[in-house]
Design a protein around this ligand. Sequence first.
Ligand code: MN
Length: 240
Amino acid sequence: MDLLIADIHLCPTRPAITEAFLGFLSEQAGEAETLYILGDLFEYWAGDDDLADPFNQTICSALSALGRRGTRVAVMHGNRDFLLGEAFARASGSTLLADPSQVSLGGVPTLLSHGDALCTDDEAYQTFRQEVRSPDWKTRFLLRPLAERKAMIEALRRQSEVAKQEKSAEIMDANETAVLESMRSAGCQRIIHGHTHRPGAHHFDLEGKPAERWVVPDWRDRAVWLRHDGAKLSFCSAPL
Ligand code: MN
């Protein structure tokens, strides 16, 4: 059995979500062979030198305890926590997953992605994404003092909130052509992603064969996870 979650957006100012997440790790996740975290586990990540922060320590210890109980934890970068690095992986006992990554769920090749790279209609965002994901940008950014980085991220988040209000819902959703193209090039009939906060299970045809796209929601209203029982996928949820 494997579990998949995304977009928990953990931060100290959302104690109900933090509590639900820690509960999920100590209960449901313990039964899983692998827990896949498909990006934006954290509301933001300023760099691995922020691991000493008590909140981050609590989350890393809980992940690491889950790993010691036998569940493999695989973490993919989201658009908010793409600076999670090897020190985070060590502290949390997790493995960093590239975006996209192909895994086998019950023998079915499945493409996993955060989902922001699929939102190709949002050209302004894709330009920004390309810039901040470059090794050069990351190196320069991480050379700044931690406090300065946090202030910059806060400013960026405020800007992005304003920008989002001006963008249509369609622009911020995954682009169908981009989804199909990523599946085709990976040779997968199934994709699972998060980011858009629009939960769903879409069934369609790809290359004349049945294909599916599962979208994992955020945890704003409920704790939601996707469960693969060895044969099929289903959504499960719990109140916050
Ligand atoms: Mn996201």
